[in-house]
Design a protein around this ligand. Sequence first.
Ligand code: AMP
Ligand code: MG
Length: 424
Amino acid sequence: MSETLQSPAILGYDEAAALVASHAAALGPSGPAGQVDLACSSGRVLAQPLLADRDQPPFPRSTRDGFACRAAEASTHAALILAGATRAGQPPAGPLPTASAWEIMTGAPIPAGADAVMMIEHVEVVDNRVRLLPPRSLEPGENIVPQAAQARAGDELLPAGTLIGPAQIALAAACGQSTLAVYPRPRVAILATGDEVVPVESDPAPGQIRNSNGPMLAALVESTGGDPWLFPPVADTAEALDAALAQAAASDLLLITGGVSAGKFDLVEPALIRRGARFHFTGVRIQPGKPVVFAETPAFIPPAALIQNQSRTQCCLGLPGNPISSAVTFLLFAAPILAALAGRRDRGPRFALARLGGEVKSKPGLTRFFHAHCTFAGDLPEVSWLGWHGSGDLAAMARANCFLVLPEDAAQIPAGATVRILLY
Ligand code: AMP
Ligand code: MG
């Protein structure tokens, strides 16, 4: 079979990652934008920049309960006459007379003429007069957020391509956006192949296993911004694969698990070749996940339905069937492509640095991604390897919260070393 593949075959991790990243950078959203209610926008991707509809904050606001004043007057510790009060929600008041202070609540507009706020905890109030208690003094601007400190009306607050989460929803709400323009979620076909693989709800016969990759990949697709389209398990025959691939052509991205190794019943690559695939790589020097395949097949989109920037090819990732291999190769290679099709600017994968909890031994030759557990309680994240019982150890992966990355040339990494972790 290999003679029918073009030359790119097994790449190092960095080379494969760079290839996927440059590919992702050239991809655009999978369809035209639509509007969704703000309340339903979490996990979607902004299709238009979010603009400030007015200054943020819209007026100089107090960050404390206390007394608006002139800092220079307050710092003399003279008793200042209480000239009025403003509660949150009331319009800006003032002007503040000289030698006076103005009672003010957190979030309320500062009266004209005041330049600072004395905190209620730092003053003495006697007979309608307020005095800043020594030894405290006050600088102009203290406890005030000036108007437009965060943004001016018309400023771009978020660019198109931002993944929407709680903070973005809060900002959009502050700008009066009850709906948002978002890109469509790319439709991602998920084909789990293997004669031994049976649906989750079935009772496996001896030698059979339940399809755990399908639901896992569906969850990963959803959390990356895609719309999973989960197929029933596909048998290891050319006919079954051809039929499933023909149906899956109506997706924006194709994920196949299993059948990409060198075994007698690993039929995915020949099936992709029959669909006219061009292969970018057919393996990467990583563990787990070495047989991972990245290919493109002609997309079956009628030319009239093509939108601007839409790819005329369909990306296809063939992920090895072992559950941990599938998870790792999804995060490393499928997620960036999917994020790009979802219109996202941040495409991952996301790495961070952590301190290694205990010594880890490796063998040079492959970049390794071992499921691991990271605690974030100390000054630096600390990562502990959970041991390796093969790339099918779902129970261990479910207790993990990251992957420990061991570079290709590493043989032994001592406890306390700074290491990279892959986040998910
Ligand atoms: P393969 O990549 O087809 O050689 O499969 C490698 C290993 O992963 C085998 O032990 C399979 O039984 C297992 N496997 C394949 N597909 C799945 C799946 N959908 N869910 C769980 N395990 C799988
Ligand atoms: Mg198989």
